[in-house]
Design a protein around this ligand. Structure first.
Ligand SMILES: C[S@@+](CC[C@H](N)C(=O)[O-])C[C@H]1O[C@@H](n2cnc3c(N)ncnc32)[C@H](O)[C@@H]1O
Length: 248
């Protein structure tokens, strides 16, 4: 999907909120979160959210490769400019903030740290919701070495970083998150890995939300998302983002 054709998360969220009653349980929490998102409520966190928006924007124009920026051996990775432009934008960031806020206090997991932007929004949401632990995983040493800059701009601390491949570390990480209620999957956008990550996470999550980014990024992602909608019919399609509700 070309950037100009990307469905707007806000429009999809507005439509979803308008179609149902504020229920109870997980569905009620989700409706509350998406209602807060479309109504632009910030609960006193607007300045810190804005600081994160502006930090990402400040990296535009840095054409050196990320390895050069952090002083590591060249790995062929992109420029910091490209990485910043593809990181979580303010619209998506605010959504993550509201989802995490309404599920907190809880343990949370992110697959795909990159330079820490999305983790910053999730950590702000956990703080606004009463606290929680966030573990974020990524295989890139160069990208993740910059993540603490974003977190310091947002004024969040205590995010636990794991540098490793998802397949190698996911089981172990999940074993250390007994109160997992929020998971954000934003890396390795292929069909089978996406389905496998959901399988591994839902085995360890009794109630909560698994959020998938880029569900229309490729044919493979759309196929994975179509299968998830069949196996998890209460899932919510927000155009670019998919929300899977796990309830037992
Ligand atoms: C789109 S970026 C994440 C962006 C970040 N969530 C944000 O919006 O700020 C995807 C990240 O996933 C990581 N990644 C992709 N496949 C991976 C894998 N199999 N194991 C570990 N990390 C992986 C990449 O290194 C990259 O930093």
């Amino acid at each position: 999907v070309e950037p100009a054709d990307r469905p707007s998360i806000t429009e999809a969220a507005r439509r979803w909120v308008a179609t149902g009653e504020l229920g109870t349980g997980l569905n009620g929490q989700l409706r509350q979160a998406i209602g807060d998102f479309v109504a632009n409520r910030y609960f006193g966190f607007a300045p810190r959210l804005r600081a994160l928006h502006e930090y990402r924007r400040s990296l535009y124009g840095e054409e050196r490769s990320i390895d050069d920026v952090v002083g590591l051996t060249p790995s062929g990775d992109a420029s910091l400019d490209v990485i910043a432009r593809t990181a979580t934008n303010p619209e998506k960031g605010r959504l993550l903030f509201h989802l995490a806020r309404n599920l907190a206090p809880c343990d949370a997991l992110e697959l795909g740290t990159s330079i820490g932007i999305s983790a910053g929004y999730i950590a702000l949401g956990l703080e606004a919701g009463g606290g929680g632990r966030l573990v974020t995983v990524d295989a890139s040493e160069a990208r993740t070495s910059l993540a603490s800059r974003a977190w310091s701009v947002a004024g969040v601390s205590g995010i636990e970083q794991v540098v490793g491949r998802f397949d190698d570390v996911l089981e172990d990480v999940l074993g250390h998150l007994p109160d997992l209620k929020f998971a954000y999957v934003d890396g390795n956008h292929r069909k089978q890995p996406t389905l496998d990550y959901l399988g591994a996470i839902e085995k360890r999550m009794s109630t909560g939300l698994v959020v998938f980014d880029d569900i229309r990024w490729s044919e493979e992602m759309l196929e994975a998302w179509s299968e998830i909608m069949v196996s998890h019919p209460s899932s919510v399609d927000l155009g670019w983002i998919g929300l899977v509700l796990i309830e037992r």
